[in-house]
Every structure is written in structure tokens, then in C-alpha cells.
Design a protein. Sequence first.
Length: 113
Amino acid sequence: MLLPTAVEALSALAHGHRLAVFRLLVRAGPAGVPAGAIAREVGVLPNTLSTHLTILGQAGLIRSRREGRSVIYAANYDGMRDLLGFLVADCCAGRPEICASLGDLAQGCCSSE
């Protein structure tokens, strides 16, 4: 992941409602959640939610699909994995024990060892 892409993703998550939406979708799994249910769960108006969903989608953190008249949103786990990998890519600075508790997420961060 390139720095501008990471900044966009982190910026998208740097808002309470968007972070709540993203966490809800991560918990929901690949099946996703209809937009109306997201709005009720997070407590935002549908037009405000639409803006938040657009920002998260443009950042590559969520995906949407149409099912009949509903739009279903789900976390983009590949995008999330890329962002988390970017955040820990240089974590160990030659000391793998620093990132050991991150497990698979930090795998390869100390590949020069």
C-alpha cells in the first residue's frame, strides 16, 4: 500500500460515525448489512450515512452490492488487511519480539532477519 492510499483510509476512519460503521461491517462479516440497518445501529440520518459510506468506499474499506431494492454494505477485508499490513510493515526495526503479539498481521515485517 502506498502512503497516499493509507492516508486516505486512515482519514476515512478518523470520524466517530465512520469508524462505528466500519466496525459494524467488520463484525457483520461478508454477508454485510443493509444501509437502513446501519443507519439505525449507528444512529445517523440516511443522507448523512450515505456520505460516510461513500467516503469509506472511496478509501477501499467497504464494498456495496444491490439486492432488490436494498443496498448491502460489507467490509472490504482485503483493504483492511492492506492498511493493517502497512501500519505494521516496519514495526520491528530489527527486533521481532516487538511485533510478536500481532501474530499473522506482522508476518514478514522482520523478513530481513
